[in-house]
Design a protein around this ligand. Structure first.
Ligand SMILES: Cc1cc2nc3c(=O)[nH]c(=O)nc-3n(C[C@H](O)[C@H](O)[C@H](O)COP(=O)(O)OP(=O)(O)OC[C@H]3O[C@@H](n4cnc5c(N)ncnc54)[C@H](O)[C@@H]3O)c2cc1C
Length: 322
């Protein structure tokens, strides 16, 4: 029995959340006294795959089939399940990312495994196998006990942290059979909106709320985002009013994100908004009301008028970059 971790790539690169999932999977492998393998799907250079060794993976299976160049939920789930069978892995770990949320239950079905999604801690193994996880859109915690032989765990980004644990890593090509039935819906082309950073994958997000008064004031939000290499997001009323596209709406009824840095400008911090952003690693809040609820969960807060504060941050960043 061993542990397998799925390492999601974006344009041939691994994000920090992948190294975190590998670190977490390695800790489970150590707990179980077994080894850790990784499965990578899509074109990733060997130099990038070698990076996984730094966090404890001793083997990586690389799958480079042409049909699997772009993410296809059903087909990727089949490949991960096949890899688990090949490696004799009874525990599969994924990041609870945008695509991980679609993959984890599919992999669990294929392996007849119990599933914990939104895991925030290592399993405890005294008297069973239990994992703490978020519940009710991140507003509460639950402890799930898995009694099945096979187990799938989707780790919330920023819950465990990246831990170096150097191992020598072997790269092995894996050519699983890709069934036509797994390719009934395929991605033919990816057209990015004006080269913007994709919100679910973004490491840094600059977000605006109703405090920005109207769509004409988003220039400074976009300028700040450009300077930081960030994606832009917004609160629900902002997208409801068509100030911004619905694809930018974050929260309980929008996209749930876990960037390293979330900058909230003119957003009150209602519980439904926090449900989608509270697992960000560092939260910076800019709000003119010192009583705004967002300050209670902020790592850094600036009480001030966004129309004064944001241009100052932009000027400081430009000066720093010059
Ligand atoms: C079932 C349900 C689901 C929901 N789902 C979501 C969701 O997914 N995402 C979501 O965001 N909301 C959601 N909501 C709505 C949520 O309850 C809040 O109404 C919403 O998040 C408020 O948006 P806001 O903070 O932009 O606006 P407001 O609550 O109006 O807050 C604006 C903030 O801007 C500040 N401000 C004003 N002027 C300035 C200035 N010049 N400079 C700095 N700060 C300023 C104010 O002090 C205030 O705190 C949901 C509600 C329900 C009932």
């Amino acid at each position: 029995m061993s542990v397998l971790v799925y390492v999601e790539q974006v344009e041939g690169k691994f994000k920090k959340s992948v190294f975190e999932a590998v670190s977490y999977a390695k800790a489970i492998a150590d707990q179980q006294g077994t080894s850790l393998s990784a499965i990578s799907i899509g074109n990733v250079a060997d130099t990038e795959l070698n990076e996984l060794g730094k966090y404890g993976a001793s083997k990586v299976l690389k799958v480079e089939a042409d049909q699997l160049k772009n993410f296809i939920n059903q087909a990727y789930a089949s490949v991960i399940a096949e890899a688990a069978k090949k490696e004799g892995a009874n525990i599969v770990v994924l990041s609870n990312s945008f695509s991980g949320k679609g993959l984890a239950p599919r992999v669990a079905v294929k392996l007849k495994a119990g599933l914990v999604d939104g895991a925030v801690e290592l399993p405890t193994t005294d008297g069973g196998f239990s994992v703490k996880k978020t519940a009710f859109s991140g507003k509460a915690f639950a402890v799930a006990t898995l009694t099945s032989e096979n187990k799938v765990i989707a780790l919330n980004p920023n819950a465990f942290g990246v831990k170096e644990n150097a191992a020598s890593i072997a790269i092995e090509t894996f050519n699983p059979e890709v069934k036509a039935s797994d390719l009934t819906a395929i991605v033919k082309e990816i057209v990015r909106a004006t080269n913007k950073v994709s919100l679910p994958d973004a490491e840094v997000v600059v977000s605006g709320g109703r405090g920005l008064k109207g769509p004409e004031n988003w220039g400074m939000v976009e300028e700040l985002a450009d300077l930081l290499g960030a994606a832009t997001a917004c609160s629900k009323p902002v997208s409801d009013a068509d100030w911004r596209p619905h694809s930018e709406h974050v929260g309980q009824t929008g996209i749930a994100i876990s960037p390293n840095l979330y900058i909230a400008i003119g957003i009150s911090g209602a519980i439904q908004h926090l449900a989608g952003v509270s697992s960000s690693k560092v939260i910076v809040v800019i709000n003119k009301d010192p009583e705004a609820p967002f300050f209670k969960v902020a790592d850094y807060g600036i009480v001030g008028d966004a129309f004064e504060v944001v241009p100052k941050i932009i000027a400081a960043l430009k000066a720093h970059k010059a």
